[in-house]
Structures are given as structure tokens and as C-alpha cells.
Design a protein around this ligand. Structure first.
Ligand code: HEC
Ligand code: HEC
Ligand code: HEC
Ligand code: HEC
Ligand code: HEC
Ligand code: HEC
Ligand code: HEC
Ligand code: HEC
Length: 435
């Protein structure tokens, strides 16, 4: 009786996804039906003992859907004895259980097939992969920020980039992760089992809650600051205004694909970039609804299947999907007008800032009027700020309805950068020397 009620409730909560996914063999759904099975003897042993050592982990897990569905420590942490990360767990008696504190997306993907496949096709997947071949970025963190210090030079990367982008996790002789690569919350970790990503980046362990991931704060730990101030942009937007004044009693727990306007009054990051809404399904591919690339030096329309390409995605299809999101709450007149305004700002940045600045840079390079160390060269530093900081703020502010970022932190500073570049450029050409 009891399990029937729970199983039925879960089926209702899981909504229409159940019928669709059953045919695709999504094990999460199979598990849903087995929700009454409870924990195995081995599974219970982990829980019973660890509650004395890490009550914090236990409390989060007990509160999770996993606990209710009988997914416990052993399902995620046990690894085969021949795994490169296998650690023989001490004090477990007769039976030798090998575990790892590392849980890669391959483990989650055993049950959440679709989420992993979508993540693997997204811009989030490449968060670390794309940094590997970029020598100038390694030079920035090691040589300049790290001052090539033989012992401590890795700190800027380990406490900075790696915590957002991830890294290739290395193992010690005892099969445990090394402290220069772990712990980290980076999005693009490459695990010793070959899997890439980090499913805890948005729904943190051990609660793994969708309610958490739907709130803008879940993206804010990485999407902030001078070069991609997305949380600040959101706060500046009318949507953020409503979220910040009115969201305490929104329904954050509604099942995927059933979470619709009415549960909330204004969209969060997840609503626009990931959630099911209207006839759009939930996606773990955050690239799917994008038209432009707004982080590159020059914004181009997306159109590539290569996950490492800056223009990953399908721009026109992405725009259609994003407009569908808006049209749940706005008229097509409002939505189309908004994108006309936003695209104008992106085109202005490309034509009036990126191109003239780059033409000057190329001319100075040709005439040997750039310093070898870009971080001591006023022209190259300003050029970097133009595209990487103010240029991104102007473009992203315009495309997400944030006037302060489009203007004061954006185009206002862009014109200052451009005038400065023009002055340095002129002086160097006239004198034939670097000031
Ligand atoms: C008898 C108590 C006990 C049982 C049973 C137990 N653990 Fe542990 N486990 C510990 C203790 C103690 C540690 C060390 C904690 C520390 O270093 O802070 C530990 C460490 C771990 C670690 C970290 C491993 C590492 O490399 O440091 C993992 C993962 C883990 N346990 C998972 C499990 C799983 C999965 C089970 C069930 C198969 C389990 N434990 C059963 C007590 C237990
Ligand atoms: C749904 C999968 C899942 C379940 C169930 C799960 N864990 Fe974890 N656990 C993770 C993930 C993911 C990480 C992060 C690992 C990483 O950084 O690669 C983690 C990390 C850990 C760590 C190391 C990090 C830290 O904060 O010390 C310990 C210890 C741990 N889990 C213990 C447990 C215990 C005990 C249970 C059972 C109550 C449990 N886990 C259940 C997925 C799970
Ligand atoms: C052994 C299978 C299994 C594994 C491994 C597993 N899960 Fe789950 N997960 C489930 C089941 C079953 C549910 C409940 C589904 C339901 O209620 O419809 C679930 C639910 C979830 C939910 C939805 C929670 C909510 O608030 O509704 C999230 C998010 C999630 N899992 C993430 C993860 C992540 C991240 C990992 C890897 C660290 C993972 N899962 C590993 C089986 C698994
Ligand atoms: C752990 C850090 C982290 C969190 C949390 C995070 N992101 Fe990201 N995000 C990144 C990184 C790093 C990139 C850049 C990936 C790359 O290398 O191209 C990125 C890129 C993106 C992109 C651009 C993708 C592309 O193809 O260019 C979007 C859109 C995005 N994130 C949305 C979100 C949303 C929405 C959330 C919250 C639901 C979120 N992110 C949470 C780190 C994070
Ligand atoms: C606070 C988190 C954070 C830190 C720290 C961080 N990044 Fe990023 N990075 C991001 C996010 C988020 C994006 C995505 C921006 C967007 O889509 O507009 C990004 C984008 C990028 C991109 C462009 C994406 C691509 O596919 O080429 C590169 C390159 C990059 N970061 C490298 C680095 C390096 C190197 C460091 C350290 C020197 C670093 N980042 C530090 C969060 C961070
Ligand atoms: C960028 C943030 C982010 C990352 C990274 C992320 N998720 Fe999610 N996830 C979400 C959001 C947001 C939702 C809720 C979507 C909605 O509104 O219904 C969600 C929902 C889910 C659900 C329940 C809905 C469903 O489709 O079944 C599961 C299961 C899940 N995630 C698993 C994972 C797994 C596995 C990974 C790693 C491969 C992962 N997530 C990585 C943000 C994220
Ligand atoms: C009202 C819907 C909406 C909300 C809310 C929203 N975004 Fe966006 N986001 C967009 C649109 C539209 C674009 C530009 C898409 C295009 O045309 O290329 C965009 C672009 C981005 C980009 C730039 C990708 C690139 O190419 O560099 C990132 C990163 C991003 N959003 C992250 C976030 C985060 C994080 C939040 C929450 C703090 C958020 N967004 C909130 C609609 C939204
Ligand atoms: C869940 C409903 C919802 C969704 C989805 C949504 N919005 Fe909104 N939006 C609102 C509400 C409510 C307001 C506040 C209206 C007011 O100012 O009284 C608003 C305000 C705005 C404003 C400020 C100007 C104005 O009319 O107040 C813009 C611009 C905007 N939205 C654009 C978008 C775009 C573009 C999208 C899709 C990428 C989008 N919205 C998606 C609900 C939504």
C-alpha cells in the first residue's frame, strides 16, 4: 500500500517524461518504479557508519530523491577493483569493497542517460578541454600570475581557473586524487575513467536537487565578475527585479517538463537556457538556445557540431527556441522587438569596436610595434579589456536586458578603450617606437 502510493506519486511528479523516456531506456525512470526496494545490506552499512563521521553528507542525502528511490553511497562510490581510482575501504570486514571519493558523470550517466548525452554536446563539456592547447593562457597563469615560482606557481590556476573550468584529475600512488587537481567544483573536469564534466556544479551533492539548479544562484558561483557578469546582469534586468522581490513562494519543486509559468512569474537562468517550457523540453545542453557567440573576440552566428568550436550550436534554430521561451509570457511583438535591439548592439560592437581595434593591432604587429610581453604593453592590455571585459558586458547586457551593463559597464567604457587605442596607435606610428 505504502509503496504503491509512493510509486504513483513519483510517476505523477515525473510527468510526461516517463512515457517518453521509458522507450529510450532511461534508467532513472526504471528506478522510479523500483522505489519500494529499499537499500541493500551493503548499502545500508555505508549509511549506518558514515552517519557518525559525516552527518552533513548523510543529512543532505537523506533529504534527496536518491534516498527516497533507494540510491545510496554504494551506487555512486563503489568502483570495480581494477579501476585506476579503486581504494580498498578499510574496516569493512570480510568482503573487500573498493570505493573512490571521485564520482564522474559516467556514474550519473548510468541512470541519467539523456542528461549526460546532452551535457556532453554542450559548451559546458569543453570547459577544461578548450584550455589545454592554449599556450597563452598557461603562460598567463604560470609565468605571469604564478611568477614561474617553482613551488607555488600553480596556485592561481588551482584556486582560480580550475575551480570554475575544472582540470584533468590526477591520482596519487594510492589511487586517490592529488591536491593540485582536487577538490574542485569546475564544470569540465576530466576524470581518470575518461568521463568529462561535473554534475554537481548546479545541483550540489548530496541533495542533487532540481529546485536548487533552477535558481539563478546556482549559476552565479561561476557566471559573475568583470568578464561574464551574468548574475549581475540578471539582477539588473526586470526579470531579476521580480525574482528578487517575489520568488519566496514560487513552486521550485514541480517535476521537469511540468514546471511552467504560474509556478513562477519571471524566468531564471535555467528557465531560458535549460528548462522545459511550453513545447520545449528540458535540456542539459546550455548551447542549444543560443544564436550568437557572445564571449569570443568577434561575435559570430553559431553553426557547428564540433563541441570545441566557439560557434558550437545552430544559431537560427537556437533563436527560434529562445523566442519560444519568451512567448510564454510576452507577445511576439515584444519578443521580436527585444531581439532587434539586442542584435543591433552585438553588430555595433563587431563593426565599430572589434574590427577597428583589431586592424590597429595587426598594423602594429606588422611594424613590430608591440611588446613581447603583452601584459606590460598598454595597447595590448587595453585591447584585451575591450573584447574580454567591456565588450562581453555590452553584448551580454544587451542580450539579457540589463541596461547598466549594456551602457555604463559596456558601451561607455568601450568608447574610452577605443580612443585610448587610437592614441597609442597614432603615437607609435609617428615615433616608430613603443612608448
Ligand atoms: C565501519 C564504518 C564504515 C563503513 C561501513 C563504510 N565506511 Fe566509508 N569511510 C569510513 C571512514 C571512517 C572513512 C574515512 C573518513 C575520513 O578520512 O575522514 C571512510 C571513507 C570513505 C570514502 C573516502 C575514501 C578515500 O579515498 O578517502 C568513501 C568514498 C567511502 N568511505 C564510501 C563508503 C561506501 C560506499 C561504503 C559502503 C560500501 C562505506 N564507505 C562504508 C567509515 C565507513
Ligand atoms: C548520486 C550519487 C551519490 C550518492 C548516492 C552519494 N554520493 Fe558521495 N559524492 C558524489 C559526488 C558526485 C561527489 C563529488 C565527487 C567528485 O568531486 O568527483 C561525492 C563526494 C563524496 C565524498 C568526498 C567529498 C567530501 O566532501 O568529502 C564523500 C566522503 C562522499 N561523497 C560520501 C558519501 C556517502 C557517505 C554517501 C551515502 C550517504 C554518498 N556519498 C552518496 C555522489 C554521490
Ligand atoms: C543507480 C541509479 C542512479 C544513479 C547512479 C544516479 N541517479 Fe540521480 N536519480 C535516480 C533516481 C531513481 C531518481 C529519482 C527519479 C524520480 O524521482 O523520478 C534520481 C533523481 C535525480 C535528480 C532529480 C532530483 C529532484 O529534485 O527531482 C537529479 C538532479 C539527479 N538524480 C542527479 C544525479 C547525479 C548528478 C548523479 C551522479 C552524481 C546521479 N543522479 C546518479 C537514479 C540514479
Ligand atoms: C562550475 C561553474 C559553472 C556553473 C555553476 C555554471 N556554468 Fe555555465 N559555464 C561555465 C564555464 C566555465 C563556461 C565556458 C565553457 C567554455 O569553455 O566554452 C560556461 C558557459 C556557459 C554558457 C555558454 C555556452 C557556449 O556554448 O558558449 C551558457 C549559456 C551557460 N554557461 C549557462 C549556465 C547556466 C544557465 C548555469 C546555471 C543553471 C550555469 N551555466 C552554471 C561554468 C559554469
Ligand atoms: C569565476 C569562474 C571563472 C574563473 C575563475 C575563470 N573562468 Fe573562464 N569562463 C568562465 C565562464 C562562466 C565562461 C563563459 C563565458 C560566456 O559564455 O560568456 C568562461 C569562459 C572562458 C573562455 C572562453 C570559452 C572558450 O570555449 O574558449 C576561456 C578561454 C576561459 N574562460 C579561460 C579561463 C582561464 C585560463 C582562467 C584562469 C586564468 C579562467 N577562465 C578563469 C568562468 C570562469
Ligand atoms: C548547468 C547546470 C546543470 C548541470 C551542470 C547539470 N544539471 Fe541537471 N538540471 C539542471 C536544471 C536547471 C534542472 C531542472 C530543469 C527544469 O527546470 O526542469 C536539472 C534537472 C536534472 C534532472 C531531472 C530532470 C530530468 O531531465 O530527468 C536530472 C536527472 C539531472 N538534472 C541530472 C544531471 C546530470 C546527470 C548531470 C551531469 C551530466 C547534470 N544534471 C548536470 C541543471 C544542471
Ligand atoms: C530572459 C531569458 C534569459 C535569462 C533569464 C538569462 N538568460 Fe542568458 N541569455 C539569454 C539570451 C537571449 C542570450 C543571447 C542568446 C543569443 O542570441 O545568442 C543569453 C546569453 C547568455 C550567455 C552568453 C553565451 C555566449 O555566447 O557567450 C551566457 C553565459 C548566459 N546567457 C548565462 C546566463 C546566466 C548565468 C543567467 C542567470 C544569471 C542567464 N543567462 C539568464 C537569455 C536569458
Ligand atoms: C515566466 C514569464 C516570462 C518569460 C518566460 C519571459 N519574461 Fe520577460 N518579463 C516577464 C515579466 C512578468 C516582466 C515584467 C513586466 C513589467 O515590467 O511589468 C518581464 C519584463 C521583460 C522586459 C522588460 C521590459 C518590459 O516589458 O517590462 C524585457 C525586455 C523582457 N521581459 C524580455 C524577455 C525576453 C527576451 C524573454 C525570452 C528570452 C523573456 N522576457 C521571457 C515575464 C517573462
Amino acid at each position: 500500500m505504502n509503496w504503491i502510493i509512493r510509486a504513483v506519486t513519483l510517476l505523477i511528479l515525473s510527468g510526461p517524461a516517463v512515457a517518453q523516456d521509458a522507450a529510450m531506456g532511461d534508467m532513472a525512470q526504471v528506478k522510479t518504479i523500483e522505489v519500494h526496494r529499499g537499500l541493500t545490506v551493503e548499502g545500508r552499512a555505508c549509511v549506518d557508519c558514515h552517519k557518525h563521521f559525516q552527518p552533513g553528507i548523510l543529512a543532505d542525502w537523506k533529504d534527496s530523491r536518491h534516498a527516497h528511490a533507494g540510491v545510496s553511497c554504494i551506487d555512486c562510490h563503489a568502483v570495480p577493483a581494477d579501476s585506476p581510482m579503486a581504494v580498498t575501504h578499510a574496516e569493512l570486514g570480510e568482503e573487500i569493497v573498493t570505493v573512490s571519493s571521485l564520482v564522474s558523470p559516467a556514474v550519473c550517466g548510468r541512470c541519467h542517460v539523456k542528461a549526460k548525452a546532452q551535457f556532453d554536446a554542450s559548451g559546458h563539456f569543453r570547459s577544461y578541454h578548450q584550455i589545454i592547447p592554449k599556450d597563452n593562457l598557461h603562460a598567463l597563469t604560470q609565468v605571469h600570475e604564478g611568477q614561474s615560482h617553482p613551488e607555488f606557481g600553480g596556485a592561481p590556476n588551482e584556486t582560480g581557473c580550475m575551480q570554475c573550468h575544472g582540470t584533468k584529475i590526477k591520482l596519487n600512488g594510492d589511487n586517490r586524487p592529488t591536491p593540485d587537481t582536487w577538490p574542485n567544483n569546475g564544470m569540465g573536469n576530466i576524470y581518470p575513467d575518461g568521463a568529462t564534466g561535473n554534475c554537481t556544479a548546479c545541483h550540489s551533492r548530496h541533495k542533487f536537487s532540481i529546485a536548487e539548479a533552477r535558481k539563478p544562484n546556482a549559476c552565479a558561483s561561476c557566471h559573475l565578475g568583470p568578464d561574464h557578469p551574468n548574475i549581475e546582469i540578471y539582477t539588473n534586468s526586470k526579470h531579476g527585479h521580480i525574482y528578487n522581490t517575489d520568488s519566496d513562494d514560487w513552486n521550485w519543486d514541480t517535476a521537469p517538463d511540468a514546471w511552467e509559468p504560474g509556478d513562477y512569474r519571471a524566468p531564471t537562468c535555467a528557465t531560458c537556457h535549460m528548462s522545459g517550457i511550453g513545447d520545449l523540453e528540458v535540456t542539459h545542453n546550455v548551447t542549444e538556445r543560443l544564436y550568437w557567440n557572445l564571449w569570443a573576440k568577434e561575435s559570430k552566428v553559431r553553426g557547428s557540431d564540433d563541441v570545441l568550436s566557439p560557434i558550437l550550436g545552430d544559431g537560427p534554430a537556437g533563436r527560434e527556441k529562445m523566442k519560444k521561451v519568451c512567448n510564454n509570457c510576452h507577445s511576439t511583438l515584444h519578443t521580436d522587438g527585444f531581439f532587434t535591439q539586442g542584435d543591433k548592439a552585438v553588430n555595433l560592437y563587431n563593426e565599430a569596436y572589434y574590427r577597428p581595434a583589431t586592424a590597429m593591432l595587426e598594423e602594429l604587429r606588422e611594424k613590430d610595434l608591440l611588446k613581447a610581453n603583452p601584459w606590460t604593453d598598454e595597447f595590448q592590455i587595453t585591447y584585451y579589456y575591450l573584447w574580454h571585459h567591456q565588450g562581453r558586458r555590452a553584448r551580454q547586457g544587451a542580450m539579457m536586458g540589463a541596461a547598466d551593463y549594456a551602457h555604463w559597464h559596456g558601451f561607455f567604457e568601450l568608447q574610452q578603450d577605443l580612443y585610448k587605442l587610437q592614441q597609442i596607435h597614432k603615437a607609435r606610428l609617428e615615433s616608430g617606437a613603443i612608448e
